[in-house]
Design a protein around this ligand. Sequence first.
Ligand SMILES: Cc1cc2nc3c(=O)[nH]c(=O)nc-3n(C[C@H](O)[C@H](O)[C@H](O)COP(=O)(O)OP(=O)(O)OC[C@H]3O[C@@H](n4cnc5c(N)ncnc54)[C@H](O)[C@@H]3O)c2cc1C
Length: 406
Amino acid sequence: MRIVCVGGGPAGLYFAISAKLRDAGHQITVLERDPPQATYGWGVVYWDDLLDVLYRNDPKSAREITACSMIWQDQEIRLHNARREETAYFSGYGYSMARAALLEILARRASQLDIDLRYGCQVDDLSRLPEADLLVAADGANSRIRERDRDLFGTHVELGRNLYIWLGTNKVFTSFVFSFERTSAGWIWFHAYPSVSGISTCIVECSPETWQGLGLDTLGDDGGLRLLEGIFQGALDGHHLISRSRGAPASWQHFAHVSNATWYHGSTVLAGDAAHTTHFTLGSGTRLAMIDAIVLAHSLTEYLDLPSALREYDRHRRAELHPQQAAARTSMAWFEHLDLDDSDAVSLAYAMSVRHGGQPPWHYQLHLATQNASVRRARRAFASGRRWYLARHRGEPLAASPRAAR
Ligand SMILES: Cc1cc2nc3c(=O)[nH]c(=O)nc-3n(C[C@H](O)[C@H](O)[C@H](O)COP(=O)(O)OP(=O)(O)OC[C@H]3O[C@@H](n4cnc5c(N)ncnc54)[C@H](O)[C@@H]3O)c2cc1C
């Protein structure tokens, strides 16, 4: 089959890899507007469930992904107002890696598989695309291909209320840290986690009132960064914030929550953020994009005719996404309606950990116990054993295991 894929992000590249691994006869072209090694954003987090899937689908790239990843332990919630500074904890571990490193691994793998990967190819005019039996729109949340036919796809885009900016910092975090600071204009906070050796990701978020009250709407790139460094001086231990990863400098955004009534039309199919977005506080957009890629590639081999393959991909994946998008909206709304003035860190951490509901009755007692350092150590030891078991079970070599941040 001749396949053209617009967008060389996780969805486009991993779809090309997954389809080619299933049928070496496919002729696949990936068109990416950016030059090689240029990308927006910093690190992305993920968990064991993604690694299990990646190791089953393509162990070769999965090994490289784990070898380039960091492991973080525990989540820390810091609350700092004029009266006091408090920290609370919840347990758990996860992984993170630089988005740029992930794309490099996937691009290298795509080239090994003879996929025609063309950089610097901005697709504006769809009539000038190479001829193809299938067009995969993996061109991200603002997908041009989807927008052209938004009525046919039944596209719905809703902007979040808060503003966020996706930054890096040379402060090394070893845990996933939320740091809430009270300013004269209201609360502002960051979500931070390790990305690569010596660098952490730091997403800053606040309400529009705080954003304007602090002057972040008028300060410009450098001025805004210096102001944030001042506000978070304690939380960052005086380290710097970094705006530019490899592409253009980061800018303040409202999160766009994208959904579609259908993910295909004729021989055009949506994958990844073009089809659906999930708020970054869920940390799952990359995982979902890569799983879309696998399911689409699998559907193409399972069903002999293209319409059935696309119909089944759409039916199966859209149903799976429904609860994830609902959870993402709940999470986005939770951060938009935070009332921090009367909060203490332990209650805030508990509320954050149960924001999706479905917790057992003893969860609160466990949360209180987790505030004790020796309980945290015991839970960390148990988690390390579990991680070790899962890693061996999926065939992750010790030499390719994620490293702890330091
Ligand atoms: C602040 C923030 C934090 C996040 N953190 C996490 C996290 O921790 N974990 C996680 O799993 N996910 C996270 N995500 C989500 C994740 O980044 C996305 O879900 C993921 O990148 C989607 O992959 P994609 O391939 O669909 O789209 P993208 O990664 O956006 O890739 C689309 C590609 O298409 C290209 N393109 C666009 N238009 C054209 C065109 N016209 N012609 C040619 N090329 C084009 C773009 O240059 C881009 O390379 C986060 C997102 C944000 C905003």
